[in-house]
Design a protein around this ligand. Structure first.
Ligand SMILES: Cc1cc2nc3c(=O)[nH]c(=O)nc-3n(C[C@H](O)[C@H](O)[C@H](O)COP(=O)(O)O)c2cc1C
Length: 266
């Protein structure tokens, strides 16, 4: 913080000593699940983990359950837990992802899913990517980064600008934010951890180290320090647009690609 002239700010997530819910702990996630169940949410998507222990209560509420996986062994577990859809999210994806690239992962998850519908994810930023996911056996696509550069996305303007400024080479896998490997836009913060001899703390503790720095960087709109998580598809993103327009383009591009591919062997 000294090196980059950042000042301490009041954290928007305070550690509650009594119930220990300040960090991403087991207790924190269990308390979140109680809310998901109490609110009878229509769709629940699990990121890091297997929702098997919650399935009975989610089912009783009529909640549709999706799970993000990064390996065949995860697929086998969640499909036998009876989830409604599986997201095969590869190494190209923004955030915590798989060591396996999307192109190789998606068909292998489809093969292991035992009939559970699969959505392909990771690096899909235009309609060609959705068409490719279909070709790999998926029944749909799950897209994150392309919607970050939307008017509606609840991220900072400096982070939207970082996406527009970035190329396909602009992201790295780093443990510097949460303690688990995640794809993030390269920054002074990721560079610092790469250069240093220090090993980031395991999840959830690294968030306690990163939080004050990244929040202070946000206050000063420092895209060079906290540009945020994003996937390798951001090289395709050239401006901030309404989500409706992004969606219309994705669908139009997918339809065009699928029609063109049908003529490929004429
Ligand atoms: C800023 C950001 C935050 C994310 N946070 C989560 C999360 O909290 N839980 C989760 O399961 N996936 C999370 N993801 C991953 C997405 O669910 C999705 O799989 C990913 O964005 C797909 O790849 P793409 O970014 O290349 O489209 C996040 C992704 C981004 C870019």
């Amino acid at each position: 913080m000294n090196e980059h002239g950042l000042k301490m700010v009041e954290l928007d997530r305070q550690v509650d000593e009594e119930d220990n819910l300040g960090f991403f702990t087991k207790e924190f996630f269990e308390a979140q699940m109680e809310v998901v169940i109490e609110e009878k949410v229509p769709v629940y998507a699990a990121g890091l983990g297997n929702p098997a222990p919650w399935m009975e209560r989610l089912r009783a509420n009529g909640t549709k359950v999706m799970t993000v996986v990064g390996a065949v062994r995860h697929t086998v577990k969640v499909s036998s837990a009876g989830v409604d859809a599986i997201v095969a999210q590869g190494h190209d994806a923004g955030g915590h992802n798989s060591p396996v690239g999307s192109m190789a992962l998606i068909p292998q998850v489809v093969d292991a899913a035992n009939g559970t519908p699969v959505l392909g994810a990771g690096g899909i930023s235009d309609g060609r990517g959705i068409a490719a996911a279909f070709m790999l056996g998926a029944e749909g696509a799950w897209i994150g980064s392309a919607f970050l550069a939307s008017e509606e996305a609840d991220i900072f303007d400096h982070q939207k600008q970082a996406i527009i400024d970035s190329t396909e080479e602009g992201t790295v896998i780093s443990r510097s934010v949460t303690g688990k490997p995640a794809r993030i836009i390269r920054s002074a913060w990721t560079d610092f951890w790469e250069r240093s001899e220090l090993d980031p703390l395991p999840m959830p503790f690294q968030s306690g180290v990163a939080g004050p720095v990244l929040q202070s960087a946000n206050k000063d709109q420092r895209q060079d320090i906290n540009p945020g998580f994003a996937g390798q598809g951001i090289g395709m993103i050239k401006s901030v647009r309404p989500a409706e327009e992004i969606m219309a383009d994705l669908i139009e591009g997918m339809e065009r690609t699928l029609k063109d591919s049908a003529n490929m062997y004429d």
